[in-house]
Ligand binder design. Sequence first.
Ligand SMILES: [Fe+2]
Length: 200
Amino acid sequence: MAFQQPPLPYDFNALEPYGMKAETFEYHYGKHHKAYVDNLNKLTDGTELADKSLEEVIKATFRDASKVGIFNNAAQVWNHTFFWNSLKPAGGGQPSGALADKIDKDFGSFEKFAEEFSNAAATQFGSGWAWLIDDGGTLKVIKTPNAENPLAYGQKAILTLDVWEHAYYIDYRNARPAFIKNYLEQLVNWDFAAENLAKA
Ligand SMILES: [Fe+2]
């Protein structure tokens, strides 16, 4: 069974009123994400990794110098699926319930979390990701280079933002800070984050 690209959880144009064009999804989902899936299938075809879960492939190949290409493509498949789920139409703003309480407890306030997350996303040099994670029961913000992710580090991902230039160039050109601001104000899927916290 080859690795599959999961369907987007909304239509290509669903986020247009919220600062992310259908054209972004035509490229980012339709070309970039799909290419990672196709490359992963090519690289694992006929090997023992082809029968493992995506999560198992990521953990098995991380920091294995002979399997860098497999790790990069597998992690990018996982990261993008996680990213699509981290977005929703009319999202953003503040979470509620247990997640809001946990953010207040671990960061001091929602504003402190937002500042830390924005700073991580803005300062990831070159390609990478910003994450809200659960690290042994404490929520933290981290940034990761290229394809690396919390799963590889043994942490639980709660929410992510893709800060590769391909994620924002169509909507925001080179203005990464504007893309980050819009994500927090209009796109974050706090329901998805709350589900991930409940499972952590
Ligand atoms: Fe991406």
